[in-house]
Design a protein around this ligand. Structure first.
Ligand SMILES: Nc1ncnc2c1ncn2[C@@H]1O[C@H](COP(=O)(O)OP(=O)(O)OP(=O)(O)O)[C@@H](O)[C@H]1O
Ligand SMILES: [Mg+2]
Length: 317
């Protein structure tokens, strides 16, 4: 089998004592979309910068399209199209001029650059705006232009660092369409995101990173399954009922409940949804707990994320 397009092993990087990446492993097969999902400061951009040769790792190995980022940076750059976290579009140039510039920088002749630019403008629905300065584009249009620029030269890997952060919902949908279009053409994509919905929707495989480490990897379904298939959620009427309700939920399910004391809310992962609700309710009644609300909901990627990352809602221990 061919080598995966991205192979990262034991990657480490620190900045003046701050560990940004602490032994990361990652592989992306050809034609796949990998989402790197993680909160602020997880190390996503650091990984992207190392993959695209903008930053040197402290240790570990990184191969992109078969090339080593330290030994063959020129080949790596030729194989990768990058859309950074901040737009790289020049606002004074028109959309078309931006693409022509990138195409020439990537070695195309004048004629070829024009063909490439016009084709990409068409593909990303920017033909009408092509001769206007990009500074006047909406956020979504600028993002599309960024994506188009990343595709110049037919890179083997397209890297998108938070492609939809800061976009309004419509522009986000627009960008998702553009990414889906890439993937339909078999382009290998690495995208970073803080949005679970985005990873769920666009990616074949999701790698969850937190504080420089990979905390989980799998398909969205696998990650959801690992978080338990559903949740029993209940609210009690009295503060002093939170404790017994938590014990009742734990003993009925064998899992450790998540508790929100202020909301007097207890939530527990279960694999046998409906039957579990019955057991929890029976235990609550036996314990004399007054229940205001009880229900069953499906696990979301949020559950996966909250369970895996050291978010503010996670309890110590
Ligand atoms: N050039 C730098 N100098 C010093 N520290 C840095 C530098 N770049 C990143 N860091 C630190 O490394 C850690 C990881 O940062 P990184 O930008 O990779 O996170 P991220 O996952 O991209 O976050 P975000 O979602 O906010 O973009 C953070 O603690 C950050 O402060
Ligand atoms: Mg970042």
């Amino acid at each position: 089998m061919a080598e995966p397009v991205v192979v990262v092993r034991e990657l480490r990087k620190a900045f003046a004592g701050i560990t940004a990446l602490n032994g990361v492993d990652l592989e992306i097969e050809r034609g796949r979309v990998c989402a790197l999902l993680g909160p602020n400061g997880a190390g996503k951009t650091t990984l992207v910068r190392i993959l695209t040769t903008l930053l040197r790792p402290d240790s570990g190995s990184v191969r992109v399209a078969g090339w080593n980022v330290l030994e063959e940076p020129g080949e790596v750059r030729a194989a990768v199209g990058l859309t950074g976290q901040n737009s790289m579009v020049d606002g004074l140039l028109t959309g078309r001029e931006n693409l022509l510039l990138v195409a020439r920088l990537r070695g195309a002749g004048r004629r070829e650059a024009r063909i490439v630019a016009d084709d990409l403008l068409d593909r990303f629905r920017l033909t009408d705006a092509a001769r206007r300065p990009a500074g006047g584009y909406s956020g979504g249009m600028r993002r599309r232009l960024d994506l188009a620029a990343a595709l110049v030269g037919g890179p083997r890997l397209v890297v998108l660092d938070e492609p939809t952060t800061g976009l309004d919902p419509e522009s986000r949908l627009d960008t998702w369409d553009a990414v889906a279009d890439l993937t339909a053409r078999g382009t290998t994509v690495l995208l970073t995101t803080q949005y679970l919905e985005e990873a769920d929707r666009l990616a074949d495989r999701i790698t969850v990173v937190d504080r420089g480490e990979v905390v989980a990897t799998g398909t969205a379904d696998e990650l959801k399954a690992a978080a338990g298939t559903s949740r029993v959620v209940l609210c009690v009427a009295e503060d002093h009922h939170v404790e017994p309700a938590t014990r009742a939920a734990a003993s009925a399910t064998g899992a450790e409940p998540r508790v929100d004391r202020r909301a007097r809310r207890v939530e527990v992962a279960v694999t046998d949804g409906q039957a579990a609700v019955g057991r929890v309710l029976a235990n609550l009644t036996a314990a004399g707990v007054e229940v205001l609300e009880i229900g069953l909901r499906r696990a979301t990627l949020d559950d996966v994320f909250l369970g895996l990352t050291a978010g503010p809602r996670r309890r110590p221990g």
